[in-house]
Design a protein around this ligand. Structure first.
Ligand SMILES: O=C(O)CCC(=O)C(=O)O
Length: 299
């Protein structure tokens, strides 16, 4: 079985710590079943959730913008997204140009996606205006965290949709979810401590851990992941512990995470409007190290 890096560890796929996400594509269109699956798993993975052609259009536009910024090694075809020497990747959010590219918005703000969430949530849905768009370079990864620490000021009935823009193999750093983390009693203390944080109010590091084995040993379950083809997407909730594998290739992992909620529930003011203010205080002075906070919480 192959092994992949996740944070500071190397994990064997199919081993004790790393398994496969459940595929819920067969539930498409049956929203009672999708709600049931979400309650059971804390995430729902749907293949070809988006129109693959639209995803590939957005990918091309984003690669063009990376190329214009000198971040692509043009000895290779642009579509391969090979990282130029010194290319560090990018993050675009809010009103930054890349996050406003029409072909990109056509994917994450498409009427189909909003209708999907309206059906799932049983009421008209909105998406945050702020988008999180990532070109993750070699070595990049995301440590395990709850999204609520970044966006918990409005309804907690809020969902993250993770959409890779292009084929994304394990070694490019796919999303990973801690099995059962959304509802496990073993995580009760985590919810009551880390889960109550707000990175702007508390100026605390956002990632709970870079060590996926430590997390499994503490809370049980396994990290679950999969490879993604264009159009595939996964959504999950604010208390689903997740992170990513490491990108160990020489190509960018291009992906975005976007948020959806019911229109009639309060929205976190940092992420809505024409020019969302985003994280206004976090990291403006050195943030409280997670290690220190964890000592205090005893988790
Ligand atoms: O793409 C990533 O590396 C992390 C994504 C994430 O944390 C999220 O979708 O909330």
């Amino acid at each position: 079985m192959p092994t992949f890096n996740m944070g500071i560890r190397e994990l064997q796929l199919g081993g004790q710590y790393l398994g496969a996400l459940r595929d819920s594509t067969d539930l498409k269109g049956d929203f009672d079943a999708i709600r049931g699956r979400f309650d059971e798993d804390g995430y729902v993975l749907i293949r070809k959730f988006h129109d693959p052609a639209k995803v590939l259009n957005a990918r091309r536009a984003l690669l063009d913008s990376l190329d214009n910024a000198g971040q692509i090694d043009r000895r290779f075809a642009l579509d391969e997204g090979v990282i130029a020497e010194g290319g560090r990747g990018s993050f675009a959010g809010g009103a930054q140009a890349a996050a406003r590219i029409p072909s990109y918005l056509e994917v994450v703000e498409s009427p189909d996606v909003l209708e999907f969430f309206a059906n799932f949530l049983q009421g008209p849905a909105i998406t945050f205006d702020f988008k999180w768009l990532r070109a993750v370079a070699t070595g990049g990864f995301t440590g395990s965290h709850y999204d609520v620490v970044y966006m918990g000021r409005g309804t907690l009935n809020l969902f993250t949709l993770w959409t890779p823009l292009g084929r994304t193999t394990y070694d490019m750093g796919t999303l990973a979810i801690l099995e059962g983390s959304h509802c496990s009693e073993r995580l009760e203390k985590l919810r009551a401590t880390y889960g109550k944080m707000d990175v702007d109010r508390d100026n605390i590091e956002g990632w709970f851990s870079n060590d996926p084995i430590e997390v499994v040993e503490k809370f049980g379950g396994r990290w679950l992941t999969t490879e993604f083809e264009p159009g595939d997407a996964i959504f999950f909730g604010m208390f689903t512990l997740h992170g990513s594998l490491n990108n160990s290739t020489n190509r960018y992992r291009i992906s975005c995470d976007t948020r959806y909620q019911r229109a009639d529930e309060p929205a976190d003011e940092r992420w809505v409007g024409e020019n969302p203010k985003g994280h206004y205080a976090w990291n403006k002075s050195p943030a409280l190290p997670m290690e220190k906070a964890r000592e205090k919480w005893g988790v």
